[in-house]
Ligand binder design. Structure first.
Ligand SMILES: NC(=O)c1ccc[n+]([C@@H]2O[C@H](COP(=O)([O-])OP(=O)(O)OC[C@H]3O[C@@H](n4cnc5c(N)ncnc54)[C@H](O)[C@@H]3O)[C@@H](O)[C@H]2O)c1
Length: 218
């Protein structure tokens, strides 16, 4: 039997390679090494029944030669780590990657909902979004990682404005809404006015985005 395993240089993928090879199954690994490392498979470098190809799965066509003779495809390629995904976007942008990282994090819909005090915690903000209580420019968006654009209007759906969670959160005194969000508290609408710089964001702890960039660039 031949298995094609995508993301085989990653955490889950490389362990699956071990399981399959220990069972005597030939494996062909495809990985673009955006997150994983070839060294995760180094202990099997001399294994003749393990092939590694550095390829991006997005470039593959169904008739691609990598699928020839393959019985099954095990698919583990993906961005397993949200922050790493954002890091990759940040380094592709011109200028200070650390600043872009902060900007991209704060553009997430769950961050905007939390900063607007529609929810008491980032976790509650995600839940509010997942359960369909939030509209962006009048349309329901139930993806917490949705990336807001400057000018987007984020609001609590009319029917959800009386939710205890929302009302209690708005009444909390200890958090100020940052000025890159223009909040209309009475209407429960928030306009994402501009992408913030690190110093604009009311983080509870000191953030060092350059360390995050350094960590992921290793
Ligand atoms: N680890 C967990 O606890 C967990 C839990 C739930 C779901 N998942 C999901 O399972 C999958 C694998 O998780 P993981 O922890 O092994 O992540 P990982 O980041 O360690 O591995 C993913 C691998 O996919 C590769 N990859 C990413 N995009 C690719 C592309 N376009 N083409 C080819 N290769 C690509 C990366 O280089 C990496 O080696 C992810 O989609 C993740 O979201 C993981």
């Amino acid at each position: 039997m031949n298995i094609l395993l995508t993301g085989g240089a990653g955490f889950i993928g490389s362990h699956m390679v071990d399981v399959l090879r220990d069972a005597g199954i030939a494996v062909r690994v495809i990985d673009n090494l955006s997150g994983g490392r070839e060294s995760n498979l180094a202990h099997r470098a001399s294994d003749p029944d393990l092939a590694f190809e550095r390829t991006d799965i997005r470039s593959l066509e169904p008739e691609s030669p990598v699928f020839r003779g393959v019985d099954y495809v095990f698919h583990f390629a993906g961005i397993g780590d949200t922050l790493r995904g954002i890091y990759h976007d940040a380094i592709r942008m011109k200028g200070d990657s650390g600043a872009h990282l902060i900007g991209l994090l704060e553009r997430r819909l769950d961050a905007v909902v939390f900063r607007s005090k529609f929810a008491p915690t980032p976790f509650a903000a995600r839940q509010l979004i997942n359960h369909g209580h939030i509209l962006v420019n009048g349309k329901k968006v139930n993806i917490a990682s949705f990336r807001c654009k400057v000018g987007d209007v984020i609001e609590v759906k009319e029917k959800s404005k009386q939710l205890a969670l929302v009302l209690e959160s708005q009444a909390l005194a200890e958090r100020d809404v940052p000025d890159y969000i223009e909040l209309d508290g009475a209407k429960m609408t928030a306009k994402f006015a501009r992408i913030p710089a690190l110093s604009d964001v009311p983080y509870a702890v000191r953030m060092e985005p350059h360390l995050v960039v350094e960590y992921y660039s290793r």
